[in-house]
Design a protein around this ligand. Sequence first.
Ligand code: PLP
Length: 391
Amino acid sequence: MNENRWASRRAKAMPVDMFATMDAAKSQARARGLEIIDLSLGASDLHPPASALRALREATDDPATYGYCLHACTQPFREAAARWYGERYRCEVDPETQVLPLIGSQEGFANLLFATTDPGDTILLPDPGFPSYFGAVAVAGLDVVPTPLLAENGFLPDLSAIGTEDARRARVMVISYPNNPTAAVASDAFMREVAEFCADNDILLVHDFPYVDLVFGDYEAPSVLVQPGGLRGRIELYSCSKSFHMGGFRLGWAIGDAEVIAALARVKGSIDFNQYLGIQRAAIAALAEPRRRVRQDAAEFQARRDVLVETLNQAGWETPLPKASLYVWTRLPSGLSDSFAFTVNLARETGIALAPGRGFGVQGEGFVRFALVRDAEVLKRAVERIHAFLD
Ligand SMILES: Cc1ncc(COP(=O)(O)O)c(C=O)c1O
């Protein structure tokens, strides 16, 4: 990339894509005829609700869905998202001013930075974190102050460790619970604390919340928008990718402070024309499904988690049991320290692809992430093959 004369400084500043590295290793395994078990990507293998697929099929026969979709035309989707949030968190939000559709939360995050920061502004960013955060802050030209997510703190940022000057300078703070990649969860008390910290320091709090529904047992994921102070200076990003297995459909939504929503709408207005109306109708149908449905899907991921964690522990690979998300995050097997070397060799030699912890930031080194995106039998087989490889 550095020799590419057309690449901008921004493009050159983009971090190396770990998934491209893993893809090359998978191709080598495929060329050797190995069965590929890809647990490196958090792409759900379950299916969207039938009601959503039906709504999309019907929409493709409706010429009213064929044109550009301007803001006004997203009203039914905004209303559905507001209704969903109101029922889930017992808090009314205004679909006109406090809700905005996104073409996936990844797109929403990048444009949110354009909408609310200027180059050189400071952002408090989790490390490890979702890889596209690092690209988005590079493109926006932000000065990153990492908030390390350490095992000893339950993978929550230590707010007391953020320097007074960093807190004063910071314009935005990003959190995401249930967390990718650590699978950590946050309590309501933590959400209150972080909301208060940001309010005290005049920092926009961005809660990336795509795993809201992937919670196990009686754990419920708290929202920052219902903490004291409400939506002021806060925004949450939601996604159809995880709750409804619609990753390829590219639809999410933001809820939060009306001024932040207005700034984001303004930036997006020059960049995109919203997602296809038929996909919005599919999401409206999915959002109207009873809670039971997402609970059932979460229970499937929970059962996979149980099998994977038990099989790993039985094989002597000590692994904690996460309470939520689509992932299991664990330290590298003993004696290993380079997560890229381990996962690339593993994929090449066995066809099993895991995500290297280092791909999520400096603090991710020494860890590896399993995505629970294959059924329990396949996960068991994967662990057996990893074990044989390690032997
Ligand atoms: C924390 C986090 N944010 C955002 C995304 C992207 O979601 P979307 O498909 O809505 O862009 C993911 C996807 O894995 C994620 O883990």
